[in-house]
Write a protein that binds this ligand. Structure first.
Ligand SMILES: *[C@@H]1O[C@H](CO)[C@@H](O)[C@H](O)[C@H]1NC(C)=O
Length: 216
């Protein structure tokens, strides 16, 4: 019976939309696996004509680039499949002033997004996540975040952190504490552990580091 429940949960997690299935990812994992991560506004939408049928092109006003391939200093257009069943990212531009965090991939030199990417209003991110995208995640990509879908997960190497939000909040794992407030950070010796990125926790760590220096 328990097996059945686990299978059902796994099935639901994997199959977000018919024909398009995305695994859930911690924001840090989304940052690390993306080719580009930006902050920007959706300002226009056009359907590709002859060259690339079946695709939609969004015009973006990029306000910050957190990650991009070398030499790419502006990002203006993002392409996505027209059909949602092909994982196309459907965005209704209701407010061109609203800023989003957008992750995506570079395919044959072109910038692409789809439903499996992490694309959310910037204002919906927690302070810890904003800091994560701005500086923490970049330095933590040697660590691997492994989703735990059942009660019997274990780590296979020092570089891994178990992401248990999937288990606790399986419908909305991004609302879990690890997703909202934590990053999986290398402690300096290849050992990665969850570390709170809440402003209060960072202040406490800094204070501790300063007093440790004084004692030396
Ligand atoms: C549009 O977004 C901006 C920035 O998020 C906000 O200040 C403004 O109130 C929004 N306008 C409307 C009409 O929702």
């Amino acid at each position: 019976m328990l097996c059945l429940v686990v299978l059902l949960v796994l099935g639901c997690l994997g199959q977000d939309v018919w024909g398009c299935s995305c695994g859930r990812r911690h924001p840090q994992a989304a940052y690390c696996s993306a080719d580009f991560v930006i902050q920007g506004r959706f300002i226009g939408k056009t359907q590709h004509k002859t060259q690339e049928q079946g695709r939609v092109k969004y015009e973006i006003k990029t306000t910050k680039i957190f990650k991009a391939p070398d030499g790419m200093d502006d990002i203006q257009f993002l392409s996505t499949p027209l059909m949602e069943s092909m994982c196309g990212f459907e965005h209704h531009i209701s407010n061109k002033s609203q800023t989003f965090l957008i992750t995506g991939h570079v395919v044959n030199g072109k910038l692409e997004i789809d439903q499996c990417n992490f694309i959310v209003p910037w204002a919906s991110l927690s302070a810890a996540q904003k800091r994560g995208f701005q500086e923490v995640y970049r330095k933590a990509c040697s660590c691997n975040i492994v989703p735990c879908y059942s009660g019997t997960c274990s780590l296979e190497s020092d570089s891994q952190c178990l992401w248990t939000d999937v288990l606790v909040h399986w419908q909305e794992p991004l609302n879990g504490a690890q997703s909202k407030y934590m990053a999986c950070v290398d402690q300096g010796n290849g050992l990665c552990t969850w570390e709170s990125q809440k402003p209060s926790a960072i202040a406490a760590r800094n204070k501790k580091a300063i007093s440790a220096t004084k004692e030396e």
